[in-house]
Design a protein. Structure first.
Length: 147
């Protein structure tokens, strides 16, 4: 369906449980993935907390992710746009074994977002950081269940 099909198993709507390891905060959220641009892209919307939880706009993170297959590089180009922080994050994505790895370099660190344990109705995700080439440290984890 999309490029090399890497993100096809994620197409659909998911209920998430996010754990911010540095603060200990845990929150439920929603994540929706859908095909776009005649199958050449995947768009997704990330909501934390879940859309059903009433919170002020200032406390809600809503992000738009655009994943576009680059046949020349044989990689996915990824951009995340945060409405809460106005942050824009660009990464490249590819499969390594059974995982989907998204990476970027920022100053003295490398950030890596990893989709793993992808099954028809569940998946896991984590955010890892390596500073100055040191050990990888996981700063955020997520579990998802298809709705």
């Amino acid at each position: 369906m999309n490029g090399d099909g890497l993100f096809d198993p994620l197409i659909g709507t998911w209920r998430t449980r996010i754990h911010y390891l540095t603060s200990g905060r845990e929150v439920d959220g929603d994540w929706e993935f859908g095909p776009a641009l005649d199958g050449r892209a995947v768009l997704d919307v990330w909501r934390v907390p879940s859309a059903t939880v009433p919170v002020p706009d200032a406390d809600r993170e809503v992000g738009l992710c655009v994943r576009i297959w680059d046949p020349r590089l044989r990689l996915w180009r990824f951009t995340f746009h945060s409405t809460a922080t106005t942050t824009v994050i660009s990464m490249y994505a590819r499969a390594i074994g059974s995982e989907i790895i998204l990476e970027r370099a920022v100053a003295d660190r490398i950030e890596r977002w990893v989709f793993s344990s992808i099954l028809p109705d569940t998946f896991a995700w984590r955010s890892d950081v390596s500073v100055r080439g040191g050990e990888w440290s996981t700063v955020q984890t997520l579990t998802a269940r298809r709705t």
